[in-house]
Each structure stands twice: as structure tokens, then as C-alpha cells.
Design a protein around this ligand. Structure first.
Ligand SMILES: NC(=O)c1ccc[n+]([C@@H]2O[C@H](COP(=O)([O-])OP(=O)(O)OC[C@H]3O[C@@H](n4cnc5c(N)ncnc54)[C@H](O)[C@@H]3O)[C@@H](O)[C@H]2O)c1
Length: 442
């Protein structure tokens, strides 16, 4: 099939590449000229396991093309995916500016019938707005071209995006006619060998499904983080409690790890956007608001532990930070807990030596670029040299089993603050470390 993907970010690039991998002809479009120029030179703008090879292979075969010209892309496409960002607006709602810009361009430039598929995460009712925007442009040029708007929310996880897209748990399609469902089924059939979970529904329910999924996952995390706070006060151990409840098959082990808060490009904005939608319709969402509040508080827990241990004034202190990205296997730092923790410590006079296997560039260039008190280093051990404590923020695999002897030699004090509960307290205490973690009294 001939497909164009508008917006070549995490979702657009991964989806476009995977569609091309299955034999489709794909044009990925973006307004960011630098990004497209780099992609044409074989430079991949994001780190995502397995992505680079797949992009290069399909690009070299000519099945994956990069372009800044949506008009050109639409000429040959039967299906046009919208995969642009839907960032959080000032009032917490999803900003639909980019989605509606694309809809406008589609209405302006389409030359034949199109299936317009919304893959961006958008509030209920957006498909109608997309439809109206396209129709308005068609009316302006007195065109009687027809089109279908389809909702196809994306569930890929950064860090495992290729795997998730190639073998999805489910594909959700919201449409209002059989032909639209059939076209989407034909497109996705090659991906559905693992499970044939091609789930069809009306458009509004499909739009809502994405928000409900993310809100549920964020709720699990915040719930567990709240329990971790209670554990700490009453003297229970959250790690044991997690094991105890996860073994109940109705609860399960996924997404019940306590930590220093969730971040990323989706959960924070999607929970707030859903809450805003509810409020716009006159309903006050108690759980969603609490999920957000608990998460904001949780992002501060590690810095609070450091302050409790070292005092309010951290001048003259240096902390080694392991991990900057919002989760392992990605360089994405959007809403990462590391930003909150590092800025809190340095605002109190501390210096930070930071190491991340992939996110250094993002930190230096964007998210911590104004923070002059952060030094970036190229290995986890060099971060420790002359540091007063180590703070683990992102649970990259290379942090799981470090050489504790080497750490003891490099650190000024054998102190670890673990924001992801990666180590065993008894083991660390036996070798003389002071170990602070989430949900366990130190
Ligand atoms: N990142 C994820 O893990 C993930 C997962 C599922 C769903 N989503 C959703 O998918 C959407 C995209 O997310 P992302 O993380 O890929 O965003 P992103 O910021 O990585 O990429 C968006 C891209 O769209 C481009 N763009 C903006 N306006 C454009 C226009 N008019 N024409 C062409 N390109 C334009 C931007 O330049 C950017 O490259 C969001 O709604 C997000 O919530 C993201």
C-alpha cells in the first residue's frame, strides 16, 4: 500500500519504518528540515533499539522516503497517517495545533480519495475537528473529493518500539464504515501473526481507549508510589509488599515497581489531558488528579532524602547521577525525574556529575542546558570520583550489577540513593554502604 506519515518523530518514524519493512511504500514527512536532511544522510534522530538498521535498509531499497513536502507525499498516497505531537497546552489540555495544521494541509493538497488516520494521541472529538478542517479546505477550492477519518491510537513503548509495532498486543481502529475497517485490516494483517487482536470500535471510543490505557498504567505507578510512602512511615518494605501483591494474578507484577516518579512524553500529558476533557464536560476526575499529584510529589522524594541526609545547604557537595532519560533504552528526557532531582540539588548549591548511556546529548542540548552545575561524564564510574553520594535515577541494565568495590574506592562516602530499588539492602549494608531506597525506612 502507498502510505504517507506526517510527523517523523518517535511514533511517525517507527510506524513508517515498520510499514515499509512489511513491503509498503512509505513517505515520512516532517516540517523539521534538519531532521529530514539528517535522515536522508542516514542519521537517525532518536535512539531506539533496532530502528537504525531497519531505517537504513528500507531507505536504501527506496521503500522508505523522507520529505518535507506534504503536497508531494499526498499525491501518491492512499492512506495518510497523522503522527505529529500533541503537547500539553497551558491549561493541561492536548494542544491540537499540529494535528489541525496537518488536516488543513491535507484538505488543501489532496488530489484523490484519502484515508486520513489519526495516530497522534488526541482527545475524544478530535476526529470530528480533523474532518471539519479538511472539509473546509475542500469547500474553499470547490472540490468534491471524499475522505475517511479513522482513529488508530498507537501503543508502542519507547525503548521497545520496534518490537511493539511489529508484534502489537492489539491494533485499535475507530471508524464509521466497513471499507475503512477493511483497509486498516489489510494494512495491519502482516503484523497480527502473534495475536489477531484487531479491535474495531467507533471513533470516539478508539480515541478514549488510548487515554484510558495510559491513565490506567500511570494509576498503577502512582498507587504503588503512594503505598511506598506509607511503607516507609510504618516500617514496612515496599519490595516485599510488591512481591506479595504481584503474585496475585488479578494484580500481576507489571507496572507495580515503586520509583522516583513517571515521566516521558505520554503519561504526564495524557493523564492531564484526560482530566481536562472530563472537566470540560463537567465531571471532576478524582483519581486522575490524584495520580498526577502523587507523581509530582514522588519526583521530589529522592532530593528530599538527600537533603535530609546532607542538610538544606548543599554547597560544596557533589552528587553522581546515574541515568537521565525518563526510562531505560531511550534517550528521551521529556518530563524525566532526573530533571526535577538535579535542578533541586543544584539550586541548593550542589554540583552534579551525570552519566547516561544515551541521553547525554538531550540533557546537554535541551533539558539541562541552562544548568551550569552539571558535568557530564562518559562512564558510570567516572561520575563517582570524589562524589559525596551516588543517586540512581534511571534503571539502565548496566547499573544493575556494578562493581561495588570500585564504587567504594571512587566515592567520598559509601552512600547510595536508589530511585529505582535496584539493589539488595542487606547485601549493600554488609559491605559497608549506606543505602537509601524508595519505600523502605533507611
Ligand atoms: N512517543 C511515544 O512513546 C508515543 C507513544 C504512543 C503515542 N504517542 C503519541 O504520538 C504523537 C506523536 O508523538 P511523538 O513522540 O512521535 O512526537 P515527536 O515530538 O517525537 O514527533 C512529532 C513530529 O511531528 C513534526 N511535526 C509537527 N508539525 C508538523 C507538520 N505540520 N507537518 C509535519 N510534521 C510536523 C515535528 O517536527 C516532530 O518531528 C503524540 O500525540 C504522542 O502523544 C507517542
Amino acid at each position: 500500500m502507498k502510505i504517507s506519515i506526517i510527523g517523523t518523530g518517535y511514533v511517525g518514524l517507527v510506524s513508517g519504518t515498520c510499514f515499509a519493512e512489511m513491503g509498503n511504500s512509505v513517505i515520512c514527512v516532517d516540517v523539521d528540515e534538519q531532521k529530514i536532511k539528517k535522515l536522508k544522510q542516514g542519521i537517525i534522530p532518536i535512539f531506539e533499539p533496532g530502528l537504525e538498521n531497519m531505517v537504513l535498509e528500507n531507505f536504501n531499497k527506496g521503500t522508505l522516503i523522507f520529505n518535507t513536502d506534504i503536497k508531494e507525499a499526498l499525491k501518491t498516497s492512499e492512506i495518510c497517517f497523522i503522527a505529529v505531537g500533541t503537547p500539553m497546552g497551558e491549561d493541561g489540555s492536548a494542544d491540537l495545533k499540529y494535528v489541525l495544521d496537518v488536516a488543513k494541509s491535507i484538505g488543501k493538497h489532496m488530489t484523490h480519495h484519502m484515508y486520513v488516520v489519526d495516530k497522534s494521541t488526541v482527545p475524544v472529538g478530535t476526529a470530528d475537528k480533523v474532518k471539519n478542517t479538511i472539509q473546509k479546505e475542500l469547500d474553499k477550492r470547490s472540490s468534491n473529493l471524499t475522505f475517511d477519518v479513522i482513529s488508530n491510537p498507537e501503543f508502542l513503548k519507547e525503548g521497545a518500539a520496534i518490537e511493539d509495532f511489529m508484534k502489537p498486543d492489539r491494533v485499535v481502529i475507530g471508524a464509521d464504515n466497513k471499507k475503512a475497517f477493511d483497509v486498516m485490516h489489510e494494512l495491519y494483517e502482516p503484523f497480527l501473526h502473534k495475536t489477531d487482536r484487531f479491535i474495531t470500535m467507533d471513533i470516539k471510543s478508539a480515541e478514549m481507549t488510548k487515554y484510558a490505557a495510559n491513565a490506567m498504567l500511570a494509576t498503577k505507578i502512582s498507587f504503588m508510589n503512594e503505598i511506598s510512602q506509607i511503607c516507609e512511615i510504618v516500617g514496612a518494605d515496599i519490595n516485599k509488599v510488591r512481591n506479595g501483591i504481584g503474585s496475585d494474578s488479578r494484580i500481576g507484577y507489571s507496572f507495580i515497581y515503586p520509583g522516583c516518579g513517571y515521566g516521558g512524553s505520554c503519561f504526564p500529558k495524557d493523564v492531564q489531558a484526560l482530566a481536562k476533557t472530563a472537566k470540560d464536560f463537567g465531571y471532576t476526575p478524582k483519581i486522575l488528579d490524584a495520580v498526577e499529584d502523587v507523581n509530582n510529589a514522588q519526583k521530589k522524594v529522592i532530593a528530599t532524602k538527600v537533603i535530609k541526609r546532607f542538610g538544606e545547604d548543599l554547597s560544596g557537595k557533589t552528587f553522581a547521577v546515574w541515568g537521565l532519560s525518563f526510562k531505560p533504552e531511550t534517550d528521551d528526557m521529556r518530563e524525566a525525574s532526573s530533571i526535577t532531582i538535579i535542578n533541586e540539588l543544584t539550586s541548593r548549591g550542589a554540583k552534579v556529575k551525570a552519566y547516561d548511556p544515551k541521553a547525554r546529548h538531550e540533557a546537554e542540548t535541551f533539558y539541562l542546558k541552562d544548568n551550569q552545575n552539571v558535568e557530564y561524564v562518559d562512564s558510570k564510574y567516572s561520575a563517582l570520583t570524589n562524589a559525596d553520594a551516588m543517586i540512581l535515577v534511571t534503571e539502565w541494565k548496566e547499573f544493575r550489577s556494578p562493581d561495588f568495590d570500585e564504587m567504594a574506592i571512587r566515592l567520598n562516602n559509601k552512600i547510595i540513593f536508589d530511585g529505582r530499588n535496584q539493589y539488595k539492602k542487606e547485601k549493600l549494608e554488609a559491605i559497608g554502604f549506606e543505602y537509601h531506597q524508595i519505600g523502605v525506612k533507611s
